[in-house]
Design a protein around this ligand. Structure first.
Ligand SMILES: [Zn+2]
Length: 189
């Protein structure tokens, strides 16, 4: 399983220090709750194992670092407006998810995708080899450039596995990404 969570590995730059507002937040909250309830993003001591985002006009809205996806408040979402190497420029009150650079990389190479949902679905991962779901070649630590590169190689697929870490579901809409993750979870039951 992946290393213990120890906070974000980039520098958060707050372009604006306020909770972001976007119409996607309501539906994103719905999917966060669903991921938590189904166990696609299980809880650990300091938050949930997973992070969900949706594209906006200026970038994307993502769950905050170390948040409990089952009980998100509006203040716990962050808008990532740009990424410059190790600096993540945001509108928000908390650090964005530790996987924000991963989401950013996938949005850059998949302009058709408007939602990226990530969870640590142990059920799916236990059966990964048998199920034929694409898996990244190498295990890499969360929040690293290496993990980002591994994911970029596979993200032509709308559902894939980060080796020994978790699942990524992509969608043109949040509904599509969410239902994709839900379906794969149910198939693994
Ligand atoms: Zn993860």
């Amino acid at each position: 399983m992946s290393e213990k969570y120890a906070g974000v590995k980039f520098e958060t730059v707050f372009v604006e220090r306020r909770a972001p507002t976007d119409e996607c937040i309501g539906e994103l909250t719905f999917w966060c709750k669903k991921f938590s309830e189904l166990g696609i993003a299980p809880l650990h001591e300091t938050g949930s194992h997973g992070n969900l985002s949706a594209r906006t006009k200026n970038g994307f809205i993502i769950t905050g670092a170390g948040t409990n996806l089952g009980n998100m408040s509006e203040k716990e979402f962050v808008e990532v407006v740009s990424v410059n190497e190790n600096k993540v420029n945001t509108i928000g009150l908390v650090d964005p998810s530790s996987e924000s650079t991963l989401h950013h990389a996938i949005y850059s190479v998949r302009p058709d995708v408007n939602a990226i949902f990530h969870g640590h679905d142990t059920l799916v991962m236990e059966n990964a080899e048998k199920s034929g779901i694409p898996v990244t070649e190498k295990e890499e630590a969360y929040g690293t450039h290496e993990l980002m590169e591994q994911a970029k190689k596979l993200c032509k697929n709308n559902y894939f596995i980060l080796k020994n870490h978790g699942i990524i579901a992509l969608g043109v809409t949040m509904k599509e990404a969410g239902e994709r993750a839900e379906k794969m979870h149910m198939l693994a039951l």
